[in-house]
Design a protein around this ligand. Structure first.
Ligand SMILES: Nc1nc2c(ncn2[C@@H]2O[C@H](COP(=O)(O)OP(=O)(O)OP(=O)(O)O)[C@@H](O)[C@H]2O)c(=O)[nH]1
Ligand SMILES: [Mg+2]
Length: 330
């Protein structure tokens, strides 16, 4: 039995490196872990850059730890994997938990490869959950499509906004606001918090924030992932001052309420099905892309030479390269 299942934090760290490097056999290992990953509640913490997601996450970790829970944090670092800037930031912000063997914190760098981030994140969440975490917090800046997908694949999604950051709501990527089960207006100690709350209330009242189809790399219509409206749940709008821990008890309570609601309404099952769909589609997509790309560079170079020489146009070249697509059948 993999040692990570016994709650060994160092075993989990090894598994995560394994996943990152996609070492041989990592999928077999994940297959062994998966059946033990169902008990953890996956909470997405998403929202605009600098809204206070990490500070809020840190405060939530403290709240959950006070209940004796085992807590995983998966933070997606939107900066270049080479600078590690945000990772250092997370380290500082989450420092007080780094020594706690019941808290596992993992920062993932955005890869740039289509779907790659979702895949690594989902795999990491499976591993952390199988470590018998009670809750896994997934922090993402909702700026990229992959991150929106990840946020929408959580059991409970908290969208964090902060006042005074320009037209924050307008600037938030489409799909993120609609993914919210809980809104948190953080930095409530700043001017403009009331206005942000009012804007959200108005949008909710107008029905402007109905759940939208989950997209996949922006191709919702093509892949058919859909999010049903969640009956009977109106996303609460909470305020917090994460730096002072204000509003954290209320946030933890709202997450617990949503969890209960999701379990009773069948939403939990529906969401997990969507999460599994996202995982599978991501893996299929990656594999398909690998097959499709095999030898593509050389073929592309030859075609480009001919276009340059005036022998071929890009439109006809597409037809020549179409043998790479699987046959559509009859
Ligand atoms: N005034 C005030 N500042 C806050 C509050 N919460 C967080 N901050 C500060 O806002 C800054 C950004 O906080 P983070 O927690 O790093 O925000 P984030 O959303 O994780 O940022 P990224 O991950 O870089 O997108 C830090 O300097 C925090 O100390 C708050 O409630 N009030
Ligand atoms: Mg952060």
């Amino acid at each position: 039995m993999p040692r990570v299942l016994q709650g060994e934090i160092r075993a989990l760290a090894r598994v995560c490196r394994f996943i990152d490097d996609q070492r041989a056999g990592y999928r077999d290992l994940l297959g062994q872990l998966f059946p033990h990953a169902g008990a953890a509640w996956v909470v997405g913490i998403t929202g605009s850059p600098g809204a206070g997601k990490s500070t809020l996450t840190d405060a939530l970790v403290a709240n959950f730890r006070a209940r004796g829970w085992r807590v995983g944090v998966v933070a997606i670092d939107p900066t270049s994997p080479f600078t590690g800037g945000a990772f250092l930031g997370d380290r500082i912000r989450l420092q007080r938990h780094f020594e706690d063997p019941q808290v596992f914190i993992r920062s993932l760098a955005t890869r740039g490869a289509l779907g790659g981030l979702s895949r690594t994140t989902q795999d990491t969440v499976v591993a952390v959950a199988a470590w018998q975490a009670d809750v896994v917090l997934v922090e993402t800046v909702g700026v990229g499509q992959d991150e929106v997908d990840v946020a929408q694949a959580s059991d409970t999604t908290c969208v964090v906004l902060a006042p005074g950051m320009g037209d924050d709501i307008q600037a938030t990527k489409a799909g993120i606001l609609e993914a919210a089960d809980i809104f948190v207006v953080n930095k409530a100690d700043r001017d403009g918090a009331d206005a942000t709350v009012r804007d959200l209330e108005t949008m909710l009242a107008l029905g402007a924030l109905r759940p939208v189809p989950v997209s996949f790399g922006g191709h919702a219509a093509l892949v058919g992932l859909s999010r049903e409206a969640e009956a009977g749940w109106v996303p609460p709008i909470l305020r917090s001052v994460a730096t002072h821990g204000a509003g954290i008890v209320e946030l933890a309570a709202a997450i617990a309420r949503h969890r209960e609601h999701a379990a009773q309404s069948g939403e939990e099952r529906a969401r997990r099905r969507r999460r599994h769909e996202l995982m599978l589609r991501t893996m299929l997509y990656e594999r398909w892309l690998a097959v499709f790309s095999r030898g593509l560079d050389g073929e592309l170079a030859r075609v480009l030479d001919r276009i340059g020489a005036g022998e071929l146009d890009p439109y006809s070249a597409l037809e020549e390269l179409s043998h790479r697509f699987p046959p559509l059948g009859t």
